[in-house]
Write a protein that binds this ligand. Sequence first.
Ligand code: 13P
Length: 256
Amino acid sequence: MARKPLISGNWKMNLNHFEAIQNVQKLHYLIHKEVFDDVDVSIHPPFTDIRSIQTLVESEELEFALGAQHCHSEDTGAFTGEVSPAFLAKLNTEYVICGHSERREIFGETDEIVNAKVLAILKHAMTPILCCGETLDEREAGGTEDKVLGQIAAGLAGVSNEQIASMVIAYEPIWAIGTGKTATSEDAQTVCAAIRTKIRDMADDVTADAVRIQYGGSVKAGNAAELMSQPDIDGALVGGASLKPDFVELVRNGAG
Ligand code: 13P
């Protein structure tokens, strides 16, 4: 089954709303319209930029999908500093990253918390990008699949097959994030294929064939095409390179 690839730019805590507007205008000017026939592109700016980017994308009818980097699982309440999925939905946010390794490692998000967020994002008709990935120690100890497939099973608890089919999974080996080290396309393919097999076991063939699986971790213009040509890799979750002019070529190369 043909799955349209998704390339997502996770800006992390970079670019204020003025810089964000300029960056999105520049990117859109440089990425030729036809490219969007072959690839979906989502932009995940910091929260303070989202309203500005929403206005720009909607008023100029840009092909970019609006994304967020995380959210809380509750709609409202006494959660100082947190961001409601209901409020993101109100801004026409389409994709929300959840369970990013930086959230898990720095901010203590457990599999249970990540699962609650997946359910909340789906409840508001947005698409979760559920992240998973192993540390270098786990990889060297041969524990990659145990770790990753465990995160997938926990993150998808209580999610219907139809909902899983609409989702995006991002395999991001932690040792490859921001390090310049990328998994080889064969290694990335092996883990992404294992994720799809896990979903086939948890759900069914239709669901497994529909879910999009991204690879993330030092994806650049130079390696995007090879990674995305693998049969079970349907896109890329891009950090550092999404902030650079390189992103234009990365999207073009990823679109094939
Ligand atoms: P880099 O592309 O900078 O390695 O970051 C990957 C990432 O964490 C995207 O979510």
